[in-house]
Ligand binder design. Structure first.
Ligand code: NAD
Length: 257
Protein backbone atom coordinates (compact mmCIF):
# COMPACT_ATOMS: atom_id res chain seq x y z
CA UNK A 1 0.00 0.00 0.00
CA UNK A 2 1.20 3.50 -0.88
CA UNK A 3 2.43 5.39 2.16
CA UNK A 4 1.91 9.10 1.96
CA UNK A 5 2.85 9.96 5.52
CA UNK A 6 4.62 13.29 5.64
CA UNK A 7 2.92 14.45 2.43
CA UNK A 8 0.19 17.09 2.37
CA UNK A 9 -2.71 16.82 -0.06
CA UNK A 10 -5.03 19.68 -0.97
CA UNK A 11 -8.32 18.48 -2.47
CA UNK A 12 -10.58 21.25 -3.76
CA UNK A 13 -14.31 20.67 -3.38
CA UNK A 14 -13.83 17.95 -0.77
CA UNK A 15 -16.78 18.60 1.54
CA UNK A 16 -18.93 16.31 -0.65
CA UNK A 17 -18.99 13.62 -3.32
CA UNK A 18 -15.88 12.60 -5.23
CA UNK A 19 -13.57 15.07 -3.47
CA UNK A 20 -14.50 13.69 -0.07
CA UNK A 21 -13.96 10.11 -1.29
CA UNK A 22 -10.50 11.02 -2.62
CA UNK A 23 -9.64 12.88 0.60
CA UNK A 24 -10.57 9.78 2.63
CA UNK A 25 -8.36 7.53 0.45
CA UNK A 26 -5.40 9.92 0.77
CA UNK A 27 -5.89 10.24 4.54
CA UNK A 28 -6.09 6.43 4.88
CA UNK A 29 -2.74 6.25 3.05
CA UNK A 30 -1.24 8.56 5.67
CA UNK A 31 -1.36 12.01 4.05
CA UNK A 32 -2.20 15.22 5.84
CA UNK A 33 -5.26 16.80 4.25
CA UNK A 34 -6.38 20.29 3.42
CA UNK A 35 -10.07 20.17 2.65
CA UNK A 36 -11.92 22.84 0.72
CA UNK A 37 -15.52 23.40 -0.25
CA UNK A 38 -18.79 24.87 0.90
CA UNK A 39 -20.97 23.84 3.81
CA UNK A 40 -20.26 23.03 7.44
CA UNK A 41 -16.87 21.30 7.35
CA UNK A 42 -16.76 20.05 10.96
CA UNK A 43 -18.22 16.59 10.19
CA UNK A 44 -15.90 15.98 7.23
CA UNK A 45 -12.86 17.21 9.18
CA UNK A 46 -13.69 14.61 11.85
CA UNK A 47 -14.29 11.88 9.25
CA UNK A 48 -11.00 12.54 7.41
CA UNK A 49 -9.17 13.04 10.73
CA UNK A 50 -9.98 9.53 12.00
CA UNK A 51 -6.86 8.18 10.23
CA UNK A 52 -4.50 10.23 12.39
CA UNK A 53 -3.07 12.77 9.93
CA UNK A 54 -3.33 16.52 10.31
CA UNK A 55 -6.53 17.90 8.74
CA UNK A 56 -7.49 21.48 7.94
CA UNK A 57 -10.21 23.17 5.94
CA UNK A 58 -9.91 26.34 3.88
CA UNK A 59 -13.20 27.86 2.68
CA UNK A 60 -11.85 29.43 -0.55
CA UNK A 61 -14.40 29.99 -3.28
CA UNK A 62 -12.26 28.72 -6.15
CA UNK A 63 -14.01 30.98 -8.66
CA UNK A 64 -11.90 33.77 -7.11
CA UNK A 65 -8.12 33.67 -7.84
CA UNK A 66 -7.38 35.80 -4.74
CA UNK A 67 -9.08 33.23 -2.49
CA UNK A 68 -7.10 30.42 -4.15
CA UNK A 69 -3.89 32.36 -3.45
CA UNK A 70 -5.01 32.72 0.16
CA UNK A 71 -5.58 28.93 0.37
CA UNK A 72 -2.12 28.10 -1.00
CA UNK A 73 -0.55 30.61 1.43
CA UNK A 74 -2.48 28.86 4.27
CA UNK A 75 -1.11 25.51 3.05
CA UNK A 76 2.46 26.85 3.12
CA UNK A 77 2.03 28.47 6.53
CA UNK A 78 0.19 25.64 8.31
CA UNK A 79 1.34 22.49 6.44
CA UNK A 80 4.67 23.37 4.81
CA UNK A 81 3.14 23.45 1.32
CA UNK A 82 1.13 21.25 -1.02
CA UNK A 83 2.70 17.96 -2.22
CA UNK A 84 -0.44 16.51 -3.83
CA UNK A 85 -2.90 18.86 -5.49
CA UNK A 86 -6.24 17.36 -6.49
CA UNK A 87 -8.25 19.85 -8.52
CA UNK A 88 -11.74 18.50 -8.03
CA UNK A 89 -14.20 21.34 -7.34
CA UNK A 90 -16.76 21.56 -10.09
CA UNK A 91 -20.33 22.49 -10.90
CA UNK A 92 -22.78 21.66 -13.67
CA UNK A 93 -25.60 23.40 -15.50
CA UNK A 94 -27.67 21.80 -18.23
CA UNK A 95 -29.27 23.91 -20.99
CA UNK A 96 -29.05 24.17 -24.79
CA UNK A 97 -26.25 26.45 -25.94
CA UNK A 98 -28.59 29.14 -27.30
CA UNK A 99 -30.42 29.29 -23.96
CA UNK A 100 -27.35 28.86 -21.76
CA UNK A 101 -27.31 31.59 -19.09
CA UNK A 102 -24.18 33.72 -19.59
CA UNK A 103 -23.48 33.95 -15.86
CA UNK A 104 -23.61 30.12 -15.57
CA UNK A 105 -21.11 29.85 -18.44
CA UNK A 106 -18.80 32.29 -16.66
CA UNK A 107 -19.00 30.52 -13.30
CA UNK A 108 -18.48 27.03 -14.80
CA UNK A 109 -15.39 28.23 -16.69
CA UNK A 110 -14.09 29.94 -13.53
CA UNK A 111 -14.70 26.99 -11.16
CA UNK A 112 -14.12 23.99 -13.46
CA UNK A 113 -11.23 25.37 -15.55
CA UNK A 114 -9.58 28.62 -14.43
CA UNK A 115 -9.30 27.44 -10.81
CA UNK A 116 -7.16 24.52 -12.05
CA UNK A 117 -4.76 27.00 -13.68
CA UNK A 118 -4.54 29.17 -10.56
CA UNK A 119 -4.05 26.41 -7.98
CA UNK A 120 -1.52 24.67 -10.23
CA UNK A 121 0.56 27.76 -11.00
CA UNK A 122 0.66 28.62 -7.29
CA UNK A 123 1.52 25.09 -6.08
CA UNK A 124 4.15 24.11 -8.67
CA UNK A 125 7.05 26.24 -7.33
CA UNK A 126 6.79 24.52 -3.92
CA UNK A 127 6.67 21.06 -5.53
CA UNK A 128 9.67 21.83 -7.72
CA UNK A 129 11.61 23.12 -4.69
CA UNK A 130 10.87 19.92 -2.74
CA UNK A 131 11.65 17.73 -5.77
CA UNK A 132 8.35 15.80 -5.71
CA UNK A 133 4.75 16.53 -6.49
CA UNK A 134 1.50 15.30 -7.96
CA UNK A 135 -1.13 17.37 -9.74
CA UNK A 136 -4.27 15.34 -10.36
CA UNK A 137 -7.15 17.00 -12.17
CA UNK A 138 -10.62 15.51 -11.89
CA UNK A 139 -11.82 16.14 -15.42
CA UNK A 140 -14.58 13.91 -16.81
CA UNK A 141 -15.44 11.76 -19.80
CA UNK A 142 -16.83 15.13 -20.88
CA UNK A 143 -13.20 16.23 -21.26
CA UNK A 144 -12.96 13.77 -24.15
CA UNK A 145 -16.46 13.64 -25.69
CA UNK A 146 -19.47 15.91 -25.73
CA UNK A 147 -23.10 15.56 -24.63
CA UNK A 148 -26.03 17.82 -25.43
CA UNK A 149 -26.92 20.52 -22.91
CA UNK A 150 -23.48 20.72 -21.34
CA UNK A 151 -21.68 23.36 -23.41
CA UNK A 152 -19.84 25.06 -20.55
CA UNK A 153 -19.01 21.86 -18.69
CA UNK A 154 -17.71 20.07 -21.80
CA UNK A 155 -15.68 23.12 -22.87
CA UNK A 156 -14.19 23.49 -19.38
CA UNK A 157 -13.32 19.79 -19.05
CA UNK A 158 -11.70 19.67 -22.51
CA UNK A 159 -9.69 22.70 -21.35
CA UNK A 160 -8.61 20.89 -18.19
CA UNK A 161 -7.23 18.02 -20.26
CA UNK A 162 -5.30 20.44 -22.47
CA UNK A 163 -3.88 22.21 -19.44
CA UNK A 164 -2.96 18.81 -17.91
CA UNK A 165 -0.87 17.94 -20.97
CA UNK A 166 1.00 21.27 -20.91
CA UNK A 167 1.80 21.00 -17.19
CA UNK A 168 2.91 17.38 -17.71
CA UNK A 169 5.31 18.50 -20.45
CA UNK A 170 6.65 21.44 -18.47
CA UNK A 171 7.42 19.12 -15.52
CA UNK A 172 8.48 16.08 -17.58
CA UNK A 173 12.09 15.97 -16.39
CA UNK A 174 11.16 16.35 -12.71
CA UNK A 175 9.53 14.19 -10.05
CA UNK A 176 6.38 16.25 -10.41
CA UNK A 177 3.66 14.63 -12.54
CA UNK A 178 0.35 15.96 -13.79
CA UNK A 179 -2.55 13.81 -14.95
CA UNK A 180 -6.30 13.97 -15.41
CA UNK A 181 -8.88 11.43 -14.29
CA UNK A 182 -12.02 11.18 -16.39
CA UNK A 183 -14.92 9.62 -14.48
CA UNK A 184 -18.19 8.54 -16.02
CA UNK A 185 -21.34 8.78 -13.89
CA UNK A 186 -20.67 8.84 -10.13
CA UNK A 187 -23.69 9.08 -7.82
CA UNK A 188 -23.02 12.38 -6.02
CA UNK A 189 -25.20 15.46 -5.34
CA UNK A 190 -24.10 16.84 -8.74
CA UNK A 191 -25.59 13.81 -10.54
CA UNK A 192 -28.51 13.29 -8.15
CA UNK A 193 -29.77 16.71 -9.28
CA UNK A 194 -29.80 15.49 -12.90
CA UNK A 195 -31.73 12.35 -11.85
CA UNK A 196 -34.17 14.51 -9.86
CA UNK A 197 -34.68 16.79 -12.89
CA UNK A 198 -35.62 13.73 -14.98
CA UNK A 199 -37.94 12.41 -12.24
CA UNK A 200 -39.61 15.84 -12.06
CA UNK A 201 -40.99 15.18 -15.55
CA UNK A 202 -43.10 12.36 -14.02
CA UNK A 203 -40.74 9.35 -14.45
CA UNK A 204 -40.28 7.00 -11.48
CA UNK A 205 -36.97 7.98 -9.71
CA UNK A 206 -35.53 4.42 -10.04
CA UNK A 207 -36.39 4.45 -13.75
CA UNK A 208 -34.84 7.95 -14.10
CA UNK A 209 -31.59 6.63 -12.58
CA UNK A 210 -31.63 3.56 -14.85
CA UNK A 211 -32.28 5.72 -17.93
CA UNK A 212 -29.42 8.07 -17.05
CA UNK A 213 -26.98 5.14 -16.80
CA UNK A 214 -28.37 3.26 -19.82
CA UNK A 215 -27.87 6.24 -22.16
CA UNK A 216 -24.09 6.39 -21.62
CA UNK A 217 -22.61 3.87 -19.18
CA UNK A 218 -22.70 0.25 -20.48
CA UNK A 219 -21.95 -1.30 -17.07
CA UNK A 220 -25.23 0.21 -15.78
CA UNK A 221 -23.36 0.82 -12.53
CA UNK A 222 -22.02 4.02 -11.05
CA UNK A 223 -18.28 4.59 -10.59
CA UNK A 224 -17.65 5.12 -6.86
CA UNK A 225 -15.60 7.76 -5.00
CA UNK A 226 -13.44 5.04 -3.33
CA UNK A 227 -12.57 3.63 -6.81
CA UNK A 228 -11.47 7.11 -7.85
CA UNK A 229 -9.52 7.43 -4.59
CA UNK A 230 -7.60 4.23 -5.40
CA UNK A 231 -6.65 5.60 -8.83
CA UNK A 232 -5.39 8.79 -7.18
CA UNK A 233 -3.26 6.65 -4.83
CA UNK A 234 -1.80 4.79 -7.81
CA UNK A 235 -0.86 8.08 -9.49
CA UNK A 236 0.83 9.12 -6.23
CA UNK A 237 2.81 5.88 -6.03
CA UNK A 238 6.24 5.11 -7.48
CA UNK A 239 4.50 2.76 -9.97
CA UNK A 240 2.67 5.78 -11.33
CA UNK A 241 5.72 8.02 -11.63
CA UNK A 242 5.92 7.79 -15.43
CA UNK A 243 2.24 8.32 -16.05
CA UNK A 244 2.40 11.88 -17.38
CA UNK A 245 -0.22 13.92 -19.16
CA UNK A 246 -2.74 11.06 -19.20
CA UNK A 247 -6.50 11.51 -19.38
CA UNK A 248 -7.44 8.30 -17.59
CA UNK A 249 -11.05 7.29 -18.05
CA UNK A 250 -12.81 5.24 -15.37
CA UNK A 251 -16.29 5.13 -16.77
CA UNK A 252 -18.05 1.74 -16.86
CA UNK A 253 -17.31 1.53 -20.60
CA UNK A 254 -18.70 4.97 -21.62
CA UNK A 255 -15.78 5.79 -23.93
CA UNK A 256 -15.48 2.28 -25.38
CA UNK A 257 -18.58 2.87 -27.50
P1 NAD B 1 -20.47 17.56 -5.70
O1 NAD B 1 -21.49 18.59 -6.05
O2 NAD B 1 -20.85 16.39 -4.88
O3 NAD B 1 -19.22 18.24 -4.97
C1 NAD B 1 -18.66 19.42 -5.45
C2 NAD B 1 -17.73 19.98 -4.39
O4 NAD B 1 -17.19 21.20 -4.89
C3 NAD B 1 -18.44 20.33 -3.07
O5 NAD B 1 -17.56 20.08 -2.00
C4 NAD B 1 -18.68 21.82 -3.22
O6 NAD B 1 -18.77 22.50 -1.97
C5 NAD B 1 -17.43 22.23 -3.97
N1 NAD B 1 -17.56 23.48 -4.69
C6 NAD B 1 -18.50 23.85 -5.60
N2 NAD B 1 -18.25 25.10 -6.02
C7 NAD B 1 -17.14 25.52 -5.36
C8 NAD B 1 -16.41 26.72 -5.37
N3 NAD B 1 -16.77 27.77 -6.13
N4 NAD B 1 -15.32 26.81 -4.56
C9 NAD B 1 -14.95 25.78 -3.78
N5 NAD B 1 -15.61 24.62 -3.74
C10 NAD B 1 -16.69 24.50 -4.53
O7 NAD B 1 -19.85 17.12 -7.11
P2 NAD B 1 -19.05 15.80 -7.56
O8 NAD B 1 -19.97 15.01 -8.41
O9 NAD B 1 -18.39 15.16 -6.41
O10 NAD B 1 -18.00 16.46 -8.56
C11 NAD B 1 -16.64 16.63 -8.21
C12 NAD B 1 -15.83 16.76 -9.49
O11 NAD B 1 -15.95 15.56 -10.26
C13 NAD B 1 -16.31 17.90 -10.40
O12 NAD B 1 -15.20 18.53 -10.99
C14 NAD B 1 -17.12 17.16 -11.45
O13 NAD B 1 -17.16 17.87 -12.66
C15 NAD B 1 -16.33 15.88 -11.57
N6 NAD B 1 -17.08 14.77 -12.15
C16 NAD B 1 -18.20 14.31 -11.57
C17 NAD B 1 -18.87 13.24 -12.15
C18 NAD B 1 -20.11 12.64 -11.54
O14 NAD B 1 -20.72 11.79 -12.19
N7 NAD B 1 -20.49 13.01 -10.32
C19 NAD B 1 -18.39 12.67 -13.33
C20 NAD B 1 -17.24 13.19 -13.91
C21 NAD B 1 -16.59 14.23 -13.31
Amino acid sequence: MTTLSGKTALVTGSTSGIGLGIALSLAKAGANLILNGFGDASAVIAEVGQFGGKVGHHPADVSDPAQIADMIAYAEREFGGVDILVNNAGIQHVAPVDEFPVERWDSIIAINLSSVFHSTRLSLPGMRAKGWGRVINIASVHGLVGSTGKAAYVAAKHGVIGLTKVVALETATTNVTCNAICPGWVLTPLVQKQIDDRAATGIDPQQAQHDLLAEKQPSLEFVTPPQLGELVLFLCSEAGAQVRGAAWNIDGGWLAQ
